[in-house]
Design a protein around this ligand. Structure first.
Ligand SMILES: Nc1ncnc2c1ncn2[C@@H]1O[C@H](COP(=O)(O)OP(=O)(O)O)[C@@H](O)[C@H]1O
Ligand SMILES: [Mg+2]
Length: 421
């Protein structure tokens, strides 16, 4: 086969399939050049290795892949391409190229070869054993997969990043939802504030009227010569003092909605709790309610309105009292703990062993005017007002409770809300 012989001479390639030669066609000019071009321009690195493991022919891509020039490879042992695991970094799943690779035809993945510059490349190795001029010859195809592997790794990293981003998104979404709930609650509080201010304004006028008439009556009644007048006088006194009580409640509502900071000062939280408990001490005593305090020894003062803070604890203590009374046992215990949280907030843990709350009550407990108590006993404002006051201090109040297991209110307050505003 003359065409094959010519090609052999030029490229050291000793074998060409007759079918290939035929398909290219000998009619057109200089088929040997064609094979040369085919061999040279192939995008995969090709080299031939003889039975002694000597490199016999290389193409351009093989030069590019190995970093050696043709002269450095020809008549060299294939060992020139074997990396030394002790000296070169061979990726985990890869194995170094070896003489064994050329004993059988086949394809091997993740084969590490050593470049001239000392870097290891990962290749897919295809070996085809043929016979040429009575001698065994291996046609070797090397396909660089380092880039592919790198991209695979990158894909895995990117996938992990994407997963991570997805989880972050889920978390942010949950935060957003809870913020939305807080906003709804804050909206309710604002509405309550306006309502309270409106009621306070509207009620004050007629109340002062009632007070005025009562005092007028007291004045025009002749001095009490008989018991009847004395009784009327005392009733009128009751009217005046009850009106005063109502006026002070209205006043309290007004201070609550007023956005002033002038009454703020550094407050001892334990002092505020103790004041609140003192006011209820007698009521606790007659109901067999004991109070246990677990105060932190290092609680910092917080910047707040002391009266409002005290009011929060009065509200909590009153509710605890009612819950214990509702249990019908005739005794109970309120446990109050304080501590400093890692973020510097002060936490008050207000626990009672009363009747507790079901899910529905728990969900609505902070709503304005929500009460489960009989008419005249509960206004349903204690917790919503407390919530409002605590929110103004950039704090939080949450409840944990189950029916029959009492209730725990956790109040968390920053040391100085102005730093967070
Ligand atoms: N410590 C508690 N134990 C059980 N239920 C409670 C407790 N604190 C509050 N609640 C429930 O939350 C509701 C709302 O409380 P609150 O706003 O103080 O209004 P009120 O005490 O006037 O009913 C109460 O009616 C009660 O059902
Ligand atoms: Mg209450």
């Amino acid at each position: 086969m003359p065409t094959a012989k010519k090609l052999t001479k030029k490229s050291h390639l000793k074998v060409v399939s007759p079918a290939l030669a035929a398909s290219i066609g000998t009619a057109r000019a200089r088929p040997s050049d064609r094979y040369q071009v085919l061999f040279e321009q192939a995008s995969d690195a090709i080299l031939t290795v003889n039975a002694d493991g000597m490199i016999d022919a290389v193409n351009q891509a093989a030069e590019d892949l190995t970093g050696f020039v043709r002269e450095e490879l020809l008549k060299q042992s294939i060992e020139i391409l074997i990396p030394d695991p002790a000296a070169h970094r061979i990726p985990d799943r890869a194995r170094p190229i070896s003489l064994d690779c050329f004993q059988v035809s086949g394809t091997f993945e993740d084969i590490a070869i050593l470049r001239k510059d000392g870097y290891v490349r990962l290749v897919e190795l295809s070996v085809r054993l043929v016979e040429a001029s009575g001698k065994g010859l291996a046609i070797v195809l090397l396909r660089d997969v380092s880039e592919k592997k790198r991209m695979e790794r990158e894909l895995i990293t990117k996938h992990a990043e994407l997963r991570n981003a997805y989880f972050q998104l889920e978390k942010k979404n949950a935060e957003l939802q809870s913020m939305q709930e807080t906003l709804v609650q804050a909206g309710k509080m604002a509405a309550l504030g306006e309502l309270a201010a409106g009621i306070a304004h509207e009620l004050n006028q007629p109340l002062q009227g009632i007070r005025g008439y009562a005092q007028e009556l007291q004045a025009i009644l002749p001095p009490s010569k008989n018991t009847g007048n004395a009784e009327v006088q005392s009733f009128l006194g009751e009217i005046t003092s009850n009106v005063d009580k109502m006026a002070s409640i209205i006043d309290y509502l007004r201070t609550f909605v007023r956005k002033s900071t002038e009454d703020f000062e550094w407050v001892d939280v334990h002092g505020a709790i103790d004041e609140a408990l003192k006011m209820l001490a007698r009521q606790f005593q007659v109901r067999g309610i004991k109070v246990e305090r677990h105060y932190s020894g290092h609680l910092p003062k917080i910047y707040a309105n002391p009266l409002q803070l005290e009011q929060v604890f009065i509200n909590l203590a009153t509710n605890a009292r009612d819950a214990i009374e509702a249990s019908g046992r005739g005794w109970g215990k309120i446990t109050i703990g304080t501590k400093v949280l890692p973020n510097g907030f002060v936490e008050v843990d207000f626990h009672d062993d009363g009747v507790g709350m079901n899910e529905k009550t728990k969900a609505k407990a902070f709503n304005p005017f929500f009460t489960t108590k009989e008419v005249g006993k509960g206004m349903g404002l204690g917790l919503s007002l407390s919530y409002g006051m605590i929110s103004k201090l950039h704090g939080s109040i949450v409840v944990e409770s189950e029916v029959g297991k009492g209730a725990t209110f956790l109040v968390r307050l920053p040391k100085d809300f102005r730093e967070l505003a």
